[in-house]
Design a protein around this ligand. Sequence first.
Ligand SMILES: N[C@@H](CCC(=O)N[C@@H](CS)C(=O)NCC(=O)O)C(=O)O
Length: 85
Amino acid sequence: MPKVVIYTRDWCGYCDAARRLLTSKNVPFEEINLTGKPAEREELVEMAGGQTTVPQIFIGDTHVGGCDDLYALDHAGRLDPLLAD
Ligand SMILES: N[C@@H](CCC(=O)N[C@@H](CS)C(=O)NCC(=O)O)C(=O)O
């Protein structure tokens, strides 16, 4: 399974929802909480192609996007294959 990394901050309902989906699939992930880390947050915006919200989710080399993107991928049946790569 490729490494899954989720960038979050405190008090983020979308982050909770993204974590919930990954956990429901028993997917291990690394969480990087950027609360109070403006420089790292700037770096993330760059890594995420200009997206400024959290969460931002990466699966291996693939930037999935945010929570809605993660759920959309799952509903399209494309999340499990990506996780199985
Ligand atoms: N559509 C996005 C919405 C994400 C979102 O609005 N996240 C909030 C936190 S829960 C956010 O980043 N707000 C701007 C900010 O914190 O600077 C997604 O599905 O991930």
